[in-house]
Design a binder for this molecule. Structure first.
Ligand code: PAF
Length: 282
């Protein structure tokens, strides 16, 4: 596996790989776990070559967020990607991604509003901008993202559709189901921030979400089911719940009556200084 950090050699290397067939991109911010490796394996089944990217994108972190603390472990990540058969790692630094004078922003309205868009202002502009650049840099035929970041996936698909991207075409942007720990907690690089006690408490999140979905399915009033979910999380040791909402899986519009339309439950909750997100079908 080659690791490339500048754009000109990347373009040459991509041209060489493309001669063998389709290229799949797996964009990441590093600190890889089994969730990322599942994306790589899905990509590998679908394309001749997998290109992974590692870039901790400063534009998607708010002023008071964890940019400096975000785990960085390039050597370990390289070894993992190599063992999964990745052909090329694109690992630009901030200067290569956003050279002096950089001034362009990709902002997707609608699906970016609410949920993490409201709780983390500017976050999805940062995601849209960097993913648009990654798509232009690598020109992948396919791209793979985790469904844990369901709203992010909706933003990226909207962007690809609106900007008429052909590489990857919107239909070639794949969402891969969330990989979970044995107790149901969704895998996330941010789980590394949790103390042992917080890690145990965090298992209340998938449990409470499953309970809320069951309750809604058997006809409990959605507002009551969500209030009960918030109560359970606070009792389990979470310090705050940013949101707990039922939304349409595609448009992300608020769902008032899940009995008459498809709905997905989205939750973001804080435990100590760590913010965890998850989603599941009702
Ligand atoms: O999901 C992530 O890891 C990031 O948001 C992404 C898609 C790599 C963009 O920085």
């Amino acid at each position: 596996m080659q690791t490339i950090t500048r754009l000109d050699p990347l373009r040459d290397a991509i041209a060489a790989l493309r001669a063998d067939g389709p290229i799949a991109l797996v964009p990441t911010m590093g600190a890889l776990h089994d969730g990322h490796l599942t994306l790589v394996r899905a990509a590998k089944r679908a394309a001749a070559h997998v290109v992974a990217s590692i870039f901790v994108n400063p534009r998607q972190f708010g002023a008071n967020e964890d940019l400096d603390a975000y785990p960085r472990q390039l050597a370990r990540d390289q070894a993992l990607l190599e063992s999964e058969g990745v052909s090329l790692l694109w690992a630009p630094d901030a200067e290569a991604m956003y050279p002096a004078g950089y001034a362009t922003n990709v902002s997707v309205s609608g699906v970016s509003d609410g949920l993490c868009g409201a709780a983390r202002p500017g976050h999805f502009d940062g995601v849209g901008t960097v993913v648009c650049k990654l798509f232009n840099q690598v020109q992948p035929d396919l791209a793979f993202f985790g469904e844990k970041d369901w709203q992010q996936l909706a933003v990226i698909r909207r962007m690809a559709r609106d900007l008429d991207l052909t590489r990857p075409h919107v239909d070639a942007i794949h969402g891969v189901p969330t990989v979970r720990e044995a107790d149901g907690l969704a895998m996330s690089s941010r789980n590394a921030y949790l103390s042992d006690q917080q890690r145990q408490q965090a298992a209340a999140l998938p449990r409470a979400m499953a309970g809320a979905c069951d309750a809604v399915r058997v006809g409990t009033n959605p507002a009551a089911a969500l209030a009960q979910l918030v109560e359970l999380l606070l009792a389990a040791g979470f310090s705050a719940v940013d949101y707990a909402e039922l939304r349409d899986p595609d448009s992300l519009a608020v769902v008032a009556n899940p009995a008459s339309q498809p709905a997905r439950l989205f939750v973001a909750a804080r435990i100590g200084g760590t913010r965890l997100i998850d989603n599941r079908a009702v």
